[in-house]
Design a protein around this ligand. Structure first.
Ligand code: SAM
Length: 224
């Protein structure tokens, strides 16, 4: 991507994005992302889309995976790269739009963490199909993100309130559009994905499920 691309909200937020997420979620966002590490093996080709400041990608590189990291934000990407350099780890860093990344079927694992939430429903569905196409048949698409509402009425209301505050905060900082909480699994069929496992993360032990880590398998023959 050209160096003169307009800086977005994520450029401005790069220095505090991960600490803010840690405080907001009492560490559960970080935990949801870290829960994916057991699904990666040394030598796996792993792509982190919208890698941000890369706290999860650097852990994957420690596992011995062959990492590619993409982000539109130069400052986010610079922070991710610095983490790799400090840890003495290697990775490929691409500043650009994930929609333009065209290594179809190349990756064993694609990790999309708190990334699909940057899009309204239509573009999110297109991105989900695109990400699925980047995974080799049988490989994994991993999504750590805000959970779709679940549980009893009170839990759903608490979930909507908590995530509404989060979304409004991120929207006010110019990071994401306002949109309802996505239920990614509803769109797995059209993207040629099968849900393998979902791990739930609660901010408080008896509170609603706030975040989820979804493991999906890329099917050999996607619909449409
Ligand atoms: C909400 S942040 C999440 C960052 C990181 N994955 C995490 O979990 O901390 C979303 C990231 O996606 C990047 N992003 C948004 N749209 C993008 C696109 N079309 N192509 C590449 N990166 C994009 C933003 O710059 C931002 O760094």
């Amino acid at each position: 991507m050209a160096d003169d691309a307009p800086p977005g909200g994520f450029d401005r937020a790069a220095w505090f994005y991960e600490p803010l997420a840690r405080i907001y979620s009492l560490g559960k966002i970080e935990a949801a992302k870290a829960s994916q590490l057991g699904l990666m093996n040394p030598g796996d080709r792993v792509l982190y889309v919208g890698v941000g400041a890369g706290e999860d990608a650097v852990l994957a590189a420690r596992v011995g995976a062959d990492l590619t990291c993409i982000d539109l934000s130069g400052r986010m990407l610079a922070r991710a790269r610095t983490k790799f350099e400090r840890a003495g780890l290697r990775g490929e860093f691409i500043r650009g739009d994930v929609f333009e990344h065209d290594r179809i079927g190349h990756y064993d694992v694609v990790a999309a963490n708190f990334f699909l939430n940057c899009f309204e429903r239509g573009p999110m569905r297109r991105m989900l199909r695109h990400l699925s196409g980047l995974v080799r048949p049988g490989g994994r698409l991993l999504i750590a993100d805000v959970a779709a509402p679940s549980g009893n009425r009170l839990q759903r209301q608490l979930h909507r309130g908590y995530n509404g505050v989060g979304l409004a905060l991120y929207w006010a900082m110019g990071l994401v559009p306002l949109h309802p909480i996505h239920d990614y699994r509803r769109y797995f069929g059209e993207a040629g994905l099968r849900c393998i496992r979902v791990r739930d993360f609660r901010v408080l032990p008896f509170g609603p499920v706030s975040f989820q880590a979804i493991e999906a398998q890329r099917l050999a023959d996607p619909e449409g």
